[in-house]
Write a protein that binds this ligand. Sequence first.
Ligand code: PMP
Length: 392
Amino acid sequence: MDWEERYADRMGWVRSLEIMDLIRLMSQRPLINFAAGLPDPAGFPVEALKDAADEVLTDDWRSALQYSEPEGYRPLRDWVAADLTRRGVPTSTDQVLIVSGSQQGIDLVARAFLQPGSVLLTEDPTYLSALPIFRSFGVEMSPLAMDDGGLDPDAAGAAMRQPGVKLLYTMANHHNPSGTTLSDDRRRPLLEHAAETGVPILVDEAYLDLRYEPGEPAPLAAAAPEIPILTVGTFSKTVAPAMRVAWLAGPAPVIERIGILKQLTDLHANPFTQRVVHRFLSAGHLPAQVDRLRSLYRGKRDVFLRALERNFGGRATWSRPAGGMFLMLRLPPEQSGTALLEKALEHGVAYVPGSLFYPSGDGENTMRLCFVSASAADIDEGVARLAQVVWS
Ligand code: PMP
């Protein structure tokens, strides 16, 4: 049977990213890896999770190991609703769906709003692993330029007024890959354009809590809580990605319908890890955990920025993220992040070519660098190797 022919209509667009395969292959030998977006295991709250898992399996094993409610473990939904409310987004429990990773949240929202020919607005660059989701629905991508303050809300508003626009996907805080945070004065105008045009916004707050500058980060939705948008958040970055516990919040009727879609996909998120995360949260561990991650990652960001200054100062530019896990290095225009990758891998250092993140096809002279995974010594060594690769 010719499988390729049989699935071409539905799956013809599915391709592995050859560059990522190359990085994975090369990662099997010792390599300083600025490519993968992996949290530092030193930040995993392993002792608290051991206690939480033990309590769940002692007190609540009947439910924890059983099939469960599609919308998620109610006390965890209550917690997320209360947390959003505290952060200036009044939210009730029926406005929260627990999802199996925010990746699934993005996929479900895409399924709910997009079909072939729909126009999707997104930042340029945007989250690499959201792009194939959107492409799988046959959408037309309409990329919006960013600067150091994020999206231009009026340009986004004008784009929302184009025919066929069905969704805007944005990362307002600590953007992946650029590290940018949407400036305060742009937030309300962006949401007002959404309200005027009726274009739904999906805001990805995956990195909300990973902030290294003073001031508490606010979710985009808090800028105009009366304007309904969809927010996806995750415990992957603050607790551990293996939990696969994340949430989607928005207007109750939308959440209810998307909950039905989710049920068709995987019945429900993992009841055991949802309870473990909930115990962790209700024991009050999160604030100290977030503080610990902030100081760990702030230190690494600063080491990274100093290494860039030493090795690339005056010859390239880079973003200085207030939070998150990534920064973008911009080389002179004649350089290519794609072309340099193989040489970098030979020198034992990996990154992701920035152009992969740009739906417009721009960004050829950029590299995305994850600053949280490597040790401080490896950051120094890896950035020096990168400079050798670029300048020699
Ligand atoms: N959104 C963004 C911007 C991300 O960087 C990631 C993880 N790399 C995700 C969503 C997905 O995270 P998870 O599914 O673990 O919640």
